[in-house]
Ligand binder design. Structure first.
Ligand code: G3P
Ligand code: MG
Length: 405
């Protein structure tokens, strides 16, 4: 049963769609569709747009973004939005984006960093720790994905403030959204104590100290039982020096970005920076690679294959819906438009589509990458997303090109 918050975000999405499905907007759109579609065969190319630094800087639309997207919609050229951002349910984020960009969008054309976590059925009846994001929004996202028992660091902090004494000043804030724990933390009775089966970093952590402490406690625990320590840790006779040898919870990160383009004129630290800090602590505690200790983890998000594969399947499904009833060639080419060489360009360049679709990359200068030679070579570089779309349409010999307002 979707939680109140999730029902609210779905409502938001419906309202935004209704706003966008005003008769005159649709008429305008369909009129241009009518004229356009009759002229051209359905395109066998499509686009994947990054969000931060390409379409938006924090809440502000980047000039040309709306024109570029609405032109593609009028020409019935498919596209998806593929972001390493997240922290809200897809329906809530799509509603916000529709408001900001003033175009109709849908969750069928939208992939956030944590969206693929929804497929991890093996944890849906287990207890998971969800870290990051505003308040407890990520808990509601995980619930909406079907994860039944979701704990946050705030839940633990509110019931056991001594677990991280340096966040006591935030207790009022945590109390607002904390949920009771499914079990107490009781080191004297480990069988009855809170046990976490997996750790998910859904979005950028806000309280690095609290979040890192709780994750480390779990990685050093016996079988994920909070308040315990594995006696195998630091035993040189055991594999991995005894660390992570007693059913400790697996660690999942959704976004590797060290930097991202927010409102400030310089890039800001992202979820990847938290990972570096946490793993620095892990190395300080365990000795790390030098001592033969590794930290098993799963990284998703751009540039990783799993995320591009997930995105391509979403794009193909969206394209089928868009062209339903029309005979189409298979998807031949995708243009990945991004501002971050490390995630958007590296990911698009190295993705080998199992379906043989060719992915090309366009780097724009409105976000993380501003000057200099990018670490990963894009197919081309343009000043912004509008010029990127124009460049690709020209390359595809598409008969019409967008006009800036
Ligand atoms: O937190 C989001 C950030 O890391 C980048 O988002 O949209 O540029 O992939 P995006
Ligand atoms: Mg970006």
């Amino acid at each position: 049963m979707a939680t109140l918050k999730t029902r609210y975000s779905i409502l938001l999405h419906q309202q935004a769609r209704r706003r966008w499905c005003q008769p005159n907007a649709l008429r305008a759109c369909s009129r241009s569709l009518q004229t356009s579609t009759s002229d051209h065969h359905p395109s066998d190319f499509a686009f994947a747009f990054d969000i931060d630094g390409v379409l938006l800087r924090s809440h502000d639309p980047i000039p040309g973004a709306r024109e570029a997207l609405s032109f593609l919609q009028a020409q019935k050229i498919p596209f998806i939005l593929l972001t390493n951002g997240g922290g809200k349910h897809e329906s809530e984020r799509v509603a916000e984006l529709m408001d900001k960009l003033q175009i109709p969008l849908d969750t069928s054309m939208f992939v956030q960093s944590h969206t693929p976590f929804a497929d991890l059925e093996q944890y849906k009846d287990k207890t998971i720790l969800v870290v990051g994001g505003e308040e407890d929004k990520c808990r509601h996202v995980a619930n909406a994905y079907g994860f039944k028992s979701v704990v946050t660091p705030a839940d633990i902090m509110v019931q056991y403030p001594s677990i991280w004494p340096f966040s006591s000043q935030f207790l009022d804030y945590y109390q607002e959204t904390a949920d009771p724990l499914p079990s107490p933390i009781d080191a004297a009775n480990p069988e009855g104590s809170l046990k976490v089966d997996a750790i998910f970093v859904y979005n950028d952590p806000r309280d690095w100290g609290l979040d890192a402490t709780i994750i480390l406690d779990l990685l050093l625990s016996r079988s994920g039982i909070m308040g315990t320590v594995s006696p195998k840790n630091n035993n040189p006779d055991l594999p991995n020096r005894g660390y992570l040898q007693e059913g400790q919870p697996h660690l999942y990160y959704s976004n590797p970005d060290l930097w991202w383009a927010a409102k400030f004129h310089l890039p800001r630290l992202g979820q990847g920076a938290f990972r570096e800090a946490l793993e620095g602590l892990w190395t300080a505690v365990t000795g790390g690679e030098k001592k033969g200790v590794t930290l098993q983890k799963t990284l998703i998000g751009k540039p990783y294959h799993m995320t591009y594969d997930f995105a391509e399947r979403k794009l193909i499904k969206h394209r089928e819906d868009l062209f339903s009833g029309t005979e189409t060639n298979p998807l031949r080419q995708v243009y990945m438009i991004g501002d971050n060489p490390e995630s958007d360009i590296r990911g698009g360049n190295s993705f080998r589509s199992p379906l043989g679709t060719k992915w090309s990359t366009i780097l724009v200068k409105t976000g993380v990458h501003q000057t200099g030679h990018p670490a990963w070579e894009p197919t081309t570089i343009t000043k912004d997303v509008y010029e990127a779309v124009k460049w690709a349409l020209h390359r595809e010999s598409w008969p019409v090109s967008p006009q800036r307002n």
